[in-house]
Design a protein around this ligand. Sequence first.
Ligand code: GLU
Length: 441
Amino acid sequence: MTPRVRFAPSPTGYLHVGGARTALFNWLYARRHGGTFVLRIEDTDVQRSSWEMVSGILDGLKWLGVDWDEGPEVGGPHAPYFQSERLDRHRAAARDLLARGLAFEDEGAIRFKVPPGQTTFTDSVHGPIAFENEHIEPFVILRSDGNPTYHLSVVVDDIDMRISHVIRGDDHISNTPKHVLLFTALGATPPTFAHVPLIMGADKKRLSKRHGATSVLEYQKLGYLPEALFNFLALLGWGTGSDQELFTPAALIERFTLDGISGGNAVFNVEKLDWFNHQYLLQLGDDALIARLQPKLKEAGYWRDALFGADRDWFVGVLALLRPRARRLTEYIEQLQPFFVAPSSYDADGVRKHLSADGMRAHVEALRDLYAASPWEAATLERDLRALAEARGIKAAALIHATRLALTGRMVSPGLFEMLVLMGRTETVKRIETLARELGA
Ligand code: GLU
């Protein structure tokens, strides 16, 4: 029998990276074994659930490349896949347990009668786990308002949907004995459980907004590539035992096993994610990179169709200059700015440090005159600048800093002379002239 797994998010929030990783592990397991990945929306908390959250979760999964075989939008033989549309099934199960003496009424609610003894299960990540039933209270399965509790609905739905493996967060371990008891009472064999350790921030506390972005779609906005986040999340608490870090989805599918999931908590290291993202950005060909940048260039107001046409070669040259340093799409946009607009102000520290010396205006004007005539080639531009500095008895660095401020308004930029070549003589001379006018005599 091929496995059937599910990701069962409650749409009371956005898709958290921890949830996305749980979904990813389920997906990898299903794909590895030719099984079925079910997406079930656990929206029984109507007050806190919203359609906006549901579509955010679906969008997040789609963006990441995690597709589902049964669930919202695609349907399937066990529909409906929204838990709120399955309440009749949950209520019928509660009545059945009541009728068979396995549950009892208590002030309008129905509680499960916990039998004496021990409840055990073998967790694929943590190994054998045993709970003494005397520590499990007779828990509510149907509230007095007629609504099922999480324990009842999750078990009834997992039975109905023929779920064979429940892969979910560690925070559910303490719920699992209740679920095992309910599966058994409802005449079903409990599925295999695999509880995935939680994701922690660098301070070893549960990952939260305090640590930075936690929503998958926020990472999209921050300029991460879905394939990089996918690869990064897959290796967060799961490993192949080798040093290899870059894996295509197909290579991950080939290697994925539940016992490769580590029992210890995984730390979310943004530096590492940036490294993955940089690697994936470097793998993109020029046109692919331009296509990925296009929406963000449009947002910034820099896009023009010629970037894919007459200006493509120029733009590819600009991107080549940025590739070694830009680790996110948003860093490209930031570093591209000077290529699209002249600086509207100059870094105040830079002005104080590099432009306040006496005679700076005359030096900058001399550079402007020089560059109005120099052959437009990186090595020459550098040699000419250095010769000018020497002739005027100042350090070359002074003119380099001034030129960088003139061109970008900033203190850091990609290689200055390569940049000048790409900016062109007219724009370079104009920006140096603008800076000169700002300087006192
Ligand atoms: N809706 C539950 C949650 O979001 C699902 C738990 C489970 O996978 O059983 O935590």
